[in-house]
Design a protein around this ligand. Structure first.
Ligand SMILES: C[S@@+](CC[C@H](N)C(=O)[O-])C[C@H]1O[C@@H](n2cnc3c(N)ncnc32)[C@H](O)[C@@H]1O
Length: 228
């Protein structure tokens, strides 16, 4: 079975449908600085982790289970001179023990499935964040078609009921989503040509992507809740 992120994210370092400039708009509100310690779960090749470290000088612990992403991420971190700030931990989300009240911000961008969704993610990460710190999730939201469990207001409610009132959020635009989906379609297609042995699995994924496009737009937002 092919590791799907290898296929659809094969050319991406920022593996989510949001431009780094827009993500920066949110990250600036979190008060991160050189004294901050950030956790990212499902860190991929370390795009957001490196971005936060280079913008704010913070230390980032980047948790990722897929070894090729870690190897690529480590070499990028080294190349960018960020080895003192960004470190990868090779682990599945659930096997990584989140130390209590340790982090100034805990991120999970496009990987909440690792905790069975948003609610599991908030419950797993909130205890690790110090009072006044932030839990940040990048998550698809429903726009009335029943494709995702929560609308954006319902996502806010999930944060609020866990005593993580929403402090800031940013939504991806239709253009950002279209570009992200196009990268996936293109990479699935080229992968199936280069790796015919994976054909059935990859074709199914491609059909799913095309099916999802029956809806004009799937919402995606990054939401930051502040821990009391
Ligand atoms: C869509 S990518 C997002 C990567 C990164 N957060 C970003 O925004 O660039 C999802 C990541 O979750 C990782 N992942 C898959 N299963 C996971 C699990 N059980 N625990 C933690 N991460 C997982 C994938 O390998 C991939 O790197």
């Amino acid at each position: 079975m092919v590791w799907i992120h290898d296929v659809v994210e094969r050319h991406s370092v920022f593996m989510n449908p949001m431009k780094p400039e827009k993500f920066l708009g949110l990250a600036r509100r979190l008060g991160l600085c050189s004294a901050s310690h950030v956790l990212e779960i499902g860190a991929g090749r370390g795009g957001p982790a490196m971005f936060l470290a280079s913008e704010f000088g913070c230390v980032v612990t980047a948790v990722e289970p897929h070894e090729p992403f870690i190897a690529d991420g480590r070499s990028r971190v080294e190349g960018a001179g960020l080895s003192d700030l960004v470190s990868f931990v090779h682990s599945d989300a659930r096997s990584f023990e989140v130390a209590l009240e340790t982090y100034d911000a805990a991120f999970c961008l496009g990987a909440t499935f690792a905790y069975d969704g948003l609610v599991g993610t908030l419950d797993a990460l909130a205890p690790g964040v110090r009072s006044g710190g932030y839990v940040v999730a990048g998550e698809p939201y429903d726009i009335g078609h029943g494709m995702h469990p929560w609308s954006l207001p319902e996502i806010f409610e999930r944060f609020e009921e866990r005593l993580l009132p929403v402090a800031w959020f940013v939504r991806s635009s239709v253009d950002e989503w279209d570009e992200y989906t196009s990268v996936h379609l293109h990479d699935l297609l080229t992968w199936s040509i280069e790796h015919p042995e994976d054909g059935e699995d990859v074709d199914r994924r491609r059909r799913e992507q095309v099916d999802a496009l029956r809806e004009p737009y799937i919402g995606w937002a990054v939401v930051a809740g502040r821990k009391a």
